[in-house]
Design a binder for this molecule. Structure first.
Ligand code: NAG
Ligand code: NAG
Length: 225
């Protein structure tokens, strides 16, 4: 089970398109990232950084590179390309060969569920399910780990996965069929305070609730998008 490893995202050797990423506070509703954030470099720079929040490498065989990120007209496209001659990455004390350059972006804002509050994260995605790819739309802890909420990830199996990690070995996961990867699918994730300790996470695909999970002790912990 891929979800049983601590950090799990192989950077995407893939193409992922995101139309509109709107994250709204729940009580006093406000849009944090507008649909227009992929319309121009100035709009992009207001809300997004290139690469992972911690740099260009994570735990897979791809290194993030801003040249693999393209955006216009409300849509961002992340594409991987095969390369040679890159220096190895290091993850968890292990060396990893880099065989691809790929694209990642992260939101400038951090997302911290507060009392009675929460966020909606939504977008339209077209993601490959080709073997060896791992595109992902996910939240992860700013300090330490967890929280991690995988709002949608495609692990190259033909399915789409939705996961919430309490610890590396205690997690909720749901893998479902992912119809027609060549078409756009809408993804929405509602993250809400339950009791000033735990957070509920509702995962929707194409307008239907797929699963509800609970993040233990996620309250008040800032997350990266
Ligand atoms: C994670 O923790 C919350 C709060 O204790 C709990 O409700 C939830 O069931 C836990 N998840 C798993 C997979 O055990
Ligand atoms: C996150 O939210 C909690 C609870 O509302 C608050 O105590 C904490 O200071 C916040 N942390 C950051 C980094 O904003």
């Amino acid at each position: 089970m891929a979800g049983l490893v601590l950090t799990m995202h192989f950077p995407s050797a893939c193409s992922l398109l995101l139309l509109l990423a709107a994250a709204s506070g729940a009580s006093a509703v406000r849009t944090m990232i507008p649909k227009t954030s992929f319309d121009s470099q100035a709009n992009f720079d207001a809300d997004w950084n290139y690469n992972y929040p911690w740099g260009t490498d994570h735990n897979g065989g791809a290194r993030m590179d801003r040249n693999q990120v393209r955006f216009s007209n409300g849509m961002v496209t992340l594409t991987a390309r095969k390369v040679t001659g890159q220096k190895d990455a290091t993850h968890g004390g292990k060396k990893i060969k880099i065989n691809y350059l790929s694209g990642a972006i992260s939101a400038k804002e951090h997302f911290n569920v507060s009392r009675g509050g929460g966020y909606d994260f939504s977008g339209e995605f077209r993601a490959t399910t080709a073997k060896g790819t791992w595109p992902a739309f996910w939240l992860t802890a700013v300090q330490g780990w967890p929280p991690e909420i995988d709002m949608a990830e495609w692990k190259g199996s033909g399915k789409i996965s939705f996961n919430t990690f309490n610890t590396s070995s205690v997690l909720s996961w749901k893998d479902v069929n992912y119809p027609s990867p060549d078409q756009f699918h809408s993804i929405k994730c509602e993250v809400r305070d339950i009791n000033q300790r735990d957070v509920s996470v509702k995962f929707y695909m194409d307008g239907s609730l797929v699963t509800t999970q609970v993040g233990g002790n996620f309250f008040g912990k800032p997350m990266y998008l």
